[in-house]
Design a protein around this ligand. Structure first.
Ligand code: DGL
Length: 267
């Protein structure tokens, strides 16, 4: 047994979609969440910057005595995971891309899949590489959808603007006949209803969050590291107090949490 918390981080509010799944799959675990609300978005930044930010966050999470870490952010997972496991070799670190890749392969029937994500995630080619290593003849259509992040932050998750934006981003890959689309950014599941309406019910939308939470569960089980506390406690930290964080926390997690602001540049 290991009652230390699990650390989770994202560039901002989006990672709460991953935190929600971890809370569902691992209800006895304590969670320490960090959202880099002062420096979001990561999707328009370089690999070097995203890696530097992620290292600072992990150093902060280490001060909270976490037993394992989930990089909830696709952009940080795609660009920085390999550097981070080299920098922090003692810490079990999980990313979200592998779960997304495996879920997407399991879901497609016609071997034509769409990948959506931030510019930095699409540019990294991480999803394509993961899929091609496992299924070399998969047809992959990737599209950066940066405006989805702003729509989600604004709470415009299912209106005319969101629908039009989704059409502009996704119509080309739909015309190519994809039967599966990976929501490769933590914000995109917030627009799931709108995106579903645009792509139609025959297209499967893959959110890597649940499969990532299940991977963490398996790891903790196999290493006898599950917590035996009655009910997991959740603690939230941010680099800036923003209304969107509080709003989404309340909307998504159905509870009011007070996030503590910390100076991440110190780490
Ligand atoms: N959280 C980021 C991701 O999953 C998206 C938002 C951003 O650009 O920082 O890729």
């Amino acid at each position: 047994m290991d009652n230390r918390p699990i650390g989770l981080f994202d560039s901002g509010v989006g990672g709460l979609t991953v935190a929600k799944q971890v809370m569902k799959v691992l209800p006895h675990e304590d969670i320490v969440y960090f959202g880099d609300t002062a420096r979001v978005p990561y999707g328009s930044k370089t690999k070097e910057t995203v890696t530097k930010f992620s290292e600072q966050i992990i150093r902060f999470l280490l001060t909270k005595d976490v037993k394992a870490i989930i990089i909830a952010c696709n952009t940080a997972s795609a660009n920085s995971y390999h550097d981070l496991i080299r920098t922090f070799p003692e810490m079990p670190i999980f990313e979200v891309i592998t779960a997304g890749v495996e879920s997407c392969i399991a879901a497609t029937k016609n071997k034509k899949v769409g990948i959506t994500g931030t510019q930095a995630t699409v540019r990294s080619g991480a999803y394509e590489l993961g899929i091609k290593q496992r299924v070399p003849d998969m047809r992959i259509y990737a599209q950066a959808c940066p405006l989805f992040v702003n729509l989600a932050e604004e709470g415009w998750t299912d209106n005319e603007v969101a629908r039009l934006t989704a059409h502009i981003y996704l119509d080309d890959m739909l015309a190519q006949g994809v039967d599966t689309i990976v929501l490769g950014c933590t914000h995109y599941p917030l627009l799931k209803r709108c995106i579903s309406g645009v792509v139609g019910e025959k297209v499967t939308l893959v959110d890597p969050a649940k499969a990532t939470a299940l991977k963490m569960k398996k790891f903790l089980e196999q290493n006898d590291m599950l917590s035996d506390t009655e009910e997991g406690r959740n603690t939230f930290y941010v680099s800036d107090h923003t209304p969107s964080f509080d709003n989404l926390c309340e909307r998504l997690l159905k509870t009011h949490y007070t996030a503590e602001k910390i100076d991440i540049e110190k780490y």
